[in-house]
Write a protein that binds this ligand. Sequence first.
Ligand SMILES: Nc1nc2c(ncn2[C@@H]2O[C@H](COP(=O)(O)OP(=O)(O)OP(=O)(O)O)[C@@H](O)[C@H]2O)c(=O)[nH]1
Ligand SMILES: [Zn+2]
Length: 197
Amino acid sequence: MSVLQRIAEARLPTPFAEFRVQVFGSADGKEHVVMALGDLETGDAPLVRIHSECLTGDALFSLRCDCGFQLEAALAAIAKAGCGAVLYLKQEGRGIGLGNKIRAYALQDQGSDTVEANHQLGFPADAREYDLAVQLLKELGLARIRLMTNNPRKHDALVRDGIEIVERVPLQSGRNPHNEAYLRAKADKLGHWLTLP
Ligand SMILES: Nc1nc2c(ncn2[C@@H]2O[C@H](COP(=O)(O)OP(=O)(O)OP(=O)(O)O)[C@@H](O)[C@H]2O)c(=O)[nH]1
Ligand SMILES: [Zn+2]
């Protein structure tokens, strides 16, 4: 298990609330981000989002996925609750990196779905591990949480490693014609808890 290093912390005003931004380094040299609000240690089961980096969706307004919409909804929900955190993990492209994700997009442009494209590139459908998320949650005093996700694999990985999830909060937003097939593949092939028409 990699060792996390606390690197820096500061105020971060956003349109939703003023968060505390904290940066943690992992042994592989990556810098992960926590956006925290309120007293996480004493709050009763704070609202938590474990968000995997998606440069295209989170920062470049891509409509191919739902990531940016989920990030915005998560920050807004935490602001409304007054306590919680977004753990922003550097696991771009479900762990295969940005270049490979764009290669996978190119294959999807030729007709593959999101899972087939990863396989064609020699990767598993989802290369992410959640050890780091668990370590970070424990470091932040977040062993009992309400988790915002639709992903059963993420949910189960945390529970297996001793995180108590008192409630799973669905996070469905940003459905549009460009991500329809992508959401369908997540529901049908990756088992995501999504209600689709
Ligand atoms: N390899 C690959 N990664 C993708 C693709 N579309 C989005 N991603 C990445 O997928 C990650 C988000 O994971 P998702 O499976 O969409 O959702 P999740 O975070 O596991 O589940 P939720 O908690 O319900 O949002 C981000 O790192 C994105 O960069 C794709 O087509 N191929
Ligand atoms: Zn995305």
